[in-house]
Design a protein. Structure first.
Length: 469
């Protein structure tokens, strides 16, 4: 039996009765967090350009573009909203998938739910099903897959989206098998484009392509059921012979990855591979600071080599590149005792204070004993002053990395409100928090998306750059 078929049968067999309360709770955290970062990201240039190029006409379909008051076709909404969800690199990630998870699934799920009708309970189950499938494929191909240069958010995430949308739209096992097989030809995204608009576009295309695979399979489209295992299929093409383990895909199925280890949530709006170093720096500021930048002789940051491959950027040349510069993020943490959205907007990366400090921030591979060999996110930061004093701090894993060390609910709520009120009124943001809190009782997701429409939420929707109505 093909892997696509085995996964499809497991997805279609999942029932609400199998869904533990913890999975519901973590699903709602994912929904609220993703809605927030998508609303905040909706005004970024990347999704605006995508929307402009698509030449979307308001009223083309039933699905809302977040941050606007335009309704378009499901695939277009998934693409634009998926790009917005990842535009700030503030969205959650999943350990075994090896990349961002809810930012690719929820834009597609919300579009499908609006277009075809679905309630909150079904959407939460679908999101968890997609999470399981993304983890399954991720276990089979990582870490080689990501180290080779693929961006798992898209190249593995497409299967999470496909499985989630198939579950939501109640595809049969045969149709789900076809959709997953078809998705092997829709997987794309390389790490070479990190720090540019193309990275969030990966998420948007992933959301669109996963939903597209499901809609095609639903209509009778065909694909090779053996597209994962084929000698010219996904595993051999993307990883190469000997560099994957298909057996690992089904190991641990049904343990509800969304519960444990759970998603990793961010409280800093930058690449997750910088977070432990940022946290170590903030701890230094809290314990020994504030530091006068003029008194600092040198800052050393040691982070795992896997992440340093894309975060060693001593001279970031754009706000997006700054999000992927561990040097920049550490400098901001030391200078301000915080790392916030405003540090990655406009020309802030050019501010003289941070540009003056950057040459004194040195990044190198972490060489100490790892807290978790399979999840290397340790960091150490050392600040050496010109008078010879030195202070260092070690962080085993960033706060929020797993469900065992979660970010406090009040901080997640504050993050959502900070993000959402960039587009919506505080009253609307508060209403969304209340609605998501009872999300599993919502009979139609359209109740939620109505609140996401700025025209009815106390603020005007952003205009389309091209002037298209």
């Amino acid at each position: 039996m093909s892997l696509a078929r085995q996964l499809a049968e497991r997805v279609t067999a999942l029932r609400h009765e199998d869904f533990p309360p913890e999975a519901t709770a973590w699903g709602k955290v994912a929904v609220l967090d993703t809605l927030g970062v998508t609303l905040a990201g909706s005004d970024e240039e990347a999704p605006r350009i995508v929307e402009d190029v698509l030449e979307l006409q308001s009223g083309d379909g039933p699905c809302l573009i977040f941050g606007a008051s335009r309704r378009v076709r499901p695939l277009d909404a998934a693409l634009v909203n998926g790009t917005a969800a990842h535009a700030l690199d503030y969205d959650n990630t999943a350990k075994n998938l090896g990349g961002h998870v809810s930012a690719v699934m929820l834009p597609a799920l919300l579009a499908a739910a609006e277009a075809h009708g679905a309630g909150g309970r079904d959407l939460l189950l679908a999101h968890a099903a997609g999470y399981e499938v993304g983890a399954a494929i991720g276990r089979s191909v990582n870490p080689h897959h990501t180290e080779k240069g693929w961006h798992p958010t898209a190249t593995v995430g497409v299967f999470a989206v496909t499985a989630a949308c198939a579950k939501l739209l109640k595809l049969t096992a045969g149709e789900t098998e076809t959709a997953l097989a078809l998705a092997t030809s829709l997987a794309a995204g390389t790490k070479a484009n990190f720090g540019t608009m193309t990275k969030p576009l990966h998420a948007g295309l992933c959301a669109r392509n996963g939903l597209l695979a499901v809609l095609l399979a639903r209509k009778g489209f065909t694909a090779n059921p053996g597209a994962f295992e084929h000698k010219q299929g996904y595993f051999n093409v993307f990883n190469g012979p000997g560099n994957y383990d298909a057996v690992r895909a089904l190991a641990g199925w049904g343990d509800w990855e969304i519960v444990s280890p759970g998603a990793s949530y961010k409280i800093y709006p930058c690449c997750y591979s910088t977070h432990a170093a940022v946290e170590a720096t903030l701890n230094l500021v809290r314990r020994h600071g504030p530091f006068d930048a003029r008194a600092v002789a040198r800052i050393d940051s040691w982070t795992p080599e896997r992440g340093l491959a894309h975060t060693d950027r001593p001279d970031p040349d754009s706000p997006l590149a700054a999000k992927f510069s561990v040097q920049y993020c550490v400098a901001r943490a030391l200078l301000h005792g915080k790392v916030v959205l405003d540090h990655f907007e406009g020309d802030t990366y050019r501010e003289p204070l941070v540009r003056d400090l950057l040459p004194r921030v040195h990044a190198a591979p972490y060489a100490g004993k790892l807290f978790d060999e399979d999840d290397p996110f340790d960091a150490e930061v050392k600040v050496t002053l010109k008078d010879g004093r030195a202070f260092s701090e070690k962080v085993d894993r960033p706060l929020g990395r797993t469900s065992d060390n979660p970010i406090a609910p009040e901080h997640m709520k504050a993050k959502f409100e900070d993000c959402a009120t960039r587009v919506l009124s505080p009253k609307a943001a508060a209403a969304i928090v209340r609605m998501v809190d009872g999300f599993e009782k919502m009979s139609s997701v359209r109740e939620l998306t109505a609140l996401l429409d700025p025209a009815g939420a106390g603020k005007a929707g952003r205009p389309l750059k091209s002037g298209v109505a």
